[in-house]
Design a binder for this molecule. Structure first.
Ligand SMILES: [Ca+2]
Ligand SMILES: [Ca+2]
Length: 500
């Protein structure tokens, strides 16, 4: 199956640019797949220019070899539902998986929701050998997803013993102004060595599988935990970002003044540190937080580099599709929060890179795409049968031709009935109570000025309203034991919107 072979024009241009198409696919064998998932990575990577000090040479190098989607968005701004969506090919409003699932086997428990096999299982069904290690799903048992599964890993070892109150290397138990402590928000230089980090073990597990010959085409999924909290990484990564040189994000003092009440309330839980703390823009605390996120990102980039280097030196280098993505973004102070779980750009926008053996290198696409597109894209690129249940679209035509007709906007959903739609120019948000936000990225890339009440944009608003889903699936078993779900039940009901 040769993805680009039906396009003589593109084939010609590829040959003219010196792309070695003949080296890409061996005979009729199907291409392999290497899926690299990163947890909570926003656009603070070199090729996306989200922070001027980001150091991510390996991810940048991957982008230079493939197609970088600069306007890519998660379908849910939190781990579990985002991963359930991309692995099932279904939107959260179709499945009702809006928050962290409660565990169990996703297919056995929820096959009706997901309409059949999850992504790796579909590949297994069509002749692939499947391997998975690290964080791939969240809330569901992932051991059944692959023929061979390594450890899911975790956030890594915690620093030994309590630190002295004046030890500023770590920030234990920040000044929450809300009683939420479910995710430890801490940062600092720990552990001592890279090989003490579970992400290092994750890379080490997959590398020998990449290096050896396989009887079948393979589907390998590698999931890294960093830069998910706690922001721990060895000292060498912090040394790359001297504290006194850290560039802080801009945080206008009045940014939330034009956000609807429900917008502020639905987001109020996960912002973790106190508003006063965040507003002290020059404080060492925020500076250390930014430093630690950059350090963790540089660390995880190095682990990505180890995996990609193994692939490049393997027999599979020219016959493997690589997809790298983050499950959602992250605010580091913007909109008064250090967290995910928002419907704004920092929460929804993700790094998303696809390299295909026959595609041109160093391509950039600004079209609105989503992680929902991963499943149909990989089936298309590998020549597997189309799966009717997939709600996303194959990116293959868009990789091939930037002028192909494309969707107007991509949707992200946080809790039932709260949606945001992102087009090439605008972000539209509609909450469950009907409140709206509208931002023009051409003039306002930070989403500071809500234009939803601007009469000149009535037609723009009308178009977005038409693109909202007409129905939303009921909540699916979201009230689990975790603190986030408990909070959800208590506080979201208190908002008086939606039903359960
Ligand atoms: Ca995540
Ligand atoms: Ca604002």
């Amino acid at each position: 199956m040769r993805f680009f072979s039906h396009t003589p024009t593109h084939l010609l241009s590829a040959l003219l640019t010196g792309l070695a198409l003949s080296a890409s696919v061996k005979g009729d064998s199907k291409p392999n797949v290497l899926l690299i998932a990163i947890d909570d990575l926003n656009d603070w990577i070199g090729c996306m220019d989200g922070h001027p000090q980001a150091i991510t040479p390996h991810i940048d190098s991957l982008a230079a070899r493939g197609t970088l989607f600069t306007n890519a968005h998660c379908q849910a701004p939190i781990c579990g539902p985002s991963r359930a969506s991309l692995l099932s090919g279904r939107y959260p409003h179709e499945t009702g998986v809006y928050n962290q699932p409660q565990g169990g086997d996703a297919l056995a428990s929820d096959s009706a929701l997901f309409h059949g096999k999850l992504l790796p299982q579909y590949f297994a069904e069509h002749g692939y050998a499947t391997f998975g290690v690290g964080k791939i799903s969240h809330g569901y048992d992932q051991s059944h997803l692959f023929h061979e599964a390594g450890s899911r890993g975790n956030s890594g070892p915690k620093p030994d013993g309590p630190k002295a109150p004046n030890d500023t290397r770590f920030r234990y138990r920040p000044n929450y102004d809300l009683p939420y402590t479910g995710t430890q928000t801490d940062w600092g230089a720990s552990p001592d060595r890279n090989d003490q980090m579970p992400d290092h073990e994750t890379a080490s597990w997959i590398i020998p599988h990449l290096e050896k010959e396989h009887d079948k085409p393979f589907f390998m999924a590698v999931g890294f935990h960093r830069p998910h909290v706690p922001f721990y990484a060895p000292q060498e990564w912090f040394d790359l970002f001297p504290l006194d040189q850290i560039v802080l994000p801009e945080i206008p003092l009045d940014d939330l003044d034009d956000v609807p009440e429900i917008g502020r309330r639905i987001h109020e839980l996960p912002r973790y540190p106190s508003i006063d703390w965040l507003r002290a823009n020059e404080s060492d605390e925020l500076r250390r937080c930014v430093q630690a996120y950059l350090a963790c990102t540089a660390f995880v980039d190095a682990q990505v580099g180890r995996v990609l280097s193994a692939l490049e030196q393997s027999p599979h280098a020219d016959n493997t599709i690589v997809v790298l993505f983050s499950d959602h973004g992250y605010h580091i102070g913007e909109k008064e929060r250090v967290s995910k779980q928002g419907l704004w750009e920092e929460s929804t926008r993700v790094p998303f890179i696809v390299t295909a053996p026959d595609a041109l290198p160093a391509q950039v696409r600004h079209h609105p795409v989503g992680l929902i597109d991963i499943y149909p894209t990989l089936l298309d690129l590998c020549g597997l049968p189309i799966r009717a249940a997939n709600s996303g679209s194959s990116l293959a035509p868009l990789i091939e031709n930037a002028s192909v007709p494309w969707r107007h906007s991509i949707i992200t959903t946080y809790a039932k009935g709260n949606h945001t739609l992102r087009s090439d120019r605008y972000r539209y948000i509609r909450y469950d109570d009907g409140s709206e936000e509208l931002y023009d990225h051409f003039s306002d890339p930070h989403e500071w000025k809500n234009l939803a009440s601007n009469p000149e944009l009535a037609q723009t608003l009308a178009r977005f309203r038409q693109e909202l889903p007409s129905v939303s699936a009921p909540y699916h078993r979201i009230v689990g034991n975790g603190p986030i779900n408990a909070w959800f039940k208590e506080h979201y009901e208190a908002l008086g919107v939606g039903d359960r």
